[in-house]
Design a protein around this ligand. Structure first.
Ligand SMILES: *Cc1c(COP(=O)(O)O)cnc(C)c1O
Length: 426
């Protein structure tokens, strides 16, 4: 990283608009771009020259955002897509094929567990779920058909922190890329590529946008994986039949994954981010570090208070010294363990639901990473499609409430939690 994070979050990927001098990134609300002549058009389609063709593939506003996030994550390139879930499919798409599998952590966002355990099977892909703290089980789960290892840096909803360097070592030894969902940490708190990740995915819907306005996703490629080291990744290393036989890795080196994701992934799957959405996320990203500092300070204050409250069974926040993942959080996320955690209300399901209904300042929504503080009862919502066993494993049992701590005054947040606990447990 040449410049500091606070500088990059404002300047990376952008320059004053060459056409007008506009200082802020314009919203290029256009579907297509005029070719200079027929040769120019052909060069663009051949990827001999980089430029804009059609906004399903690339758009200047969306590209500015992709380049900014790539800089913040320390990646070679990035592709923005329509949602976090789209980013996960797009990350797997160049790697996978029928009969192939991924090995994924049991501790994931509930929607991701459903996407990986059910939906990807329609493509002939499958996922094996393993506790990533059991490194022997992780090693054993990777087989000849495994094409990726997938985990979250800080995991939703349990406040678990993955030992990224150890998991990266195992993925490396097996010759497969490690994909890390860095949504909950944001690149301000954790940069997975520095810990060995090949690809980083985000739901930009959350902290990167930061104000609950638009859905979006991004895939950042480290540019460091050798796709040609084995015959496991023919879409990248061998002639790609879906792109007139281009050998992406040979032709594009560290940008192979990024170009494949645009030229084949966005072209044929069409999970494109729109320029208006990219604009909102660009606005949000300018204050990412300021917001994350405040999110983390507030989360720590609220978690400290809850942990000492007799109406609370336990709090799972890696920022608390009592957490089994505290040491790991200090090592991998030294600026803070994020602002999402769970706690258990004494008495289980009934008081838990009463507590959620009694909150006034916290909003009951299926979202996280907003400036506003949010609450959800995971077992009856985001983790509802999971079996009770999967819920427990994901840290979303029946008595568990998930909080996404915003950037309000911490005293007001604590006062709201206090009155709602009084109602629930009174
Ligand atoms: C929200 C979320 C997703 C899915 O992102 P969408 O933008 O809602 O599609 C994936 N992973 C994590 C960790 C999330 O929090």
């Amino acid at each position: 990283m040449t410049q500091g994070f606070d500088t990059l979050q404002i300047h990376a990927g952008t320059a004053p608009d060459p056409a007008t001098g506009a200082r802020q990134v314009p919203i290029y609300q256009t579907t297509a771009y005029v070719f200079r002549d027929a040769d120019h058009a052909a060069a663009l389609f051949d990827l001999r020259e980089v430029g804009y063709i059609y906004s399903r593939l690339t758009n200047p506003t969306v590209s500015a955002l992709a380049n900014r996030i790539a800089a913040l994550e320390g990646g070679a390139g990035a592709v923005c897509v329509s949602s976090g879930h789209a980013a996960q499919i797009m990350a797997l798409f160049p790697l996978m094929g029928p009969g192939l599998n991924i090995v994924a952590s049991t501790r994931l966002y509930g929607g991701t567990i459903t996407q990986f355990s059910q939906t990807i099977r329609r493509f002939g892909w499958s996922a094996k779920f393993v506790d990533f703290d059991d490194t022997a089980a992780l090693e054993a789960a990777i087989d000849g058909n495994t094409r990726a290892v997938f985990c979250e840096s800080i995991s939703n909803p349990g406040g678990y922190v993955t030992d990224l360097p150890e998991v990266a070592r195992i993925a490396d030894a097996a010759g497969v890329p490690l994909i890390v969902d860095n949504t909950l940490a944001s690149p301000y708190l954790c940069r997975p590529i520095e810990h060995g990740a090949t690809l980083v995915v985000h739901s930009t819907t959350k902290y990167l946008t930061g104000n609950g306005t638009v859905t979006g996703g991004v895939i950042v490629d480290s540019g460091k994986f050798d796709w040609s080291a084995s015959d496991k990744f023919p879409s990248l290393s061998a002639p790609e039949p879906a792109y007139h036989g281009l050998k992406f890795h040979e032709a594009l080196g560290p940008m192979a994954f990024t170009f494949h994701s645009i030229a084949v992934g966005l072209r044929d799957l069409g999970m494109t981010m729109n320029p208006q959405g990219a604009h909102y996320t660009l606005m949000g990203i300018e204050t990412l570090s300021l917001r994350m500092e405040k999110h983390v300070a507030n989360a720590r204050a609220v978690a400290d208070w809850l942990e000492r409250d007799p109406r609370v069974d336990y709090v799972t926040y890696a920022g608390l010294p009592s957490s089994p993942w505290h040491e790991r959080a200090e090592r991998l996320c030294p600026k803070g363990a994020g602002a999402l955690f769970t706690f258990a209300v004494k008495g289980g399901y009934d008081p838990c639901v009463k507590f959620v209904d009694a909150l006034k300042l916290f909003s009951h929504v299926a979202n996280l990473g907003d400036t506003r503080s949010l609450v959800i009862h995971s077992a009856s919502t985001t983790h509802r499609q999971l079996t009770p066993e999967q819920q427990e494993k994901a840290g979303a049992g029946p008595g568990v409430v998930r909080l996404s701590i915003g950037i309000e005054d911490p005293a007001d947040l604590i006062a709201d939690l206090d009155q709602a606990l009084a109602t629930a447990c009174g």
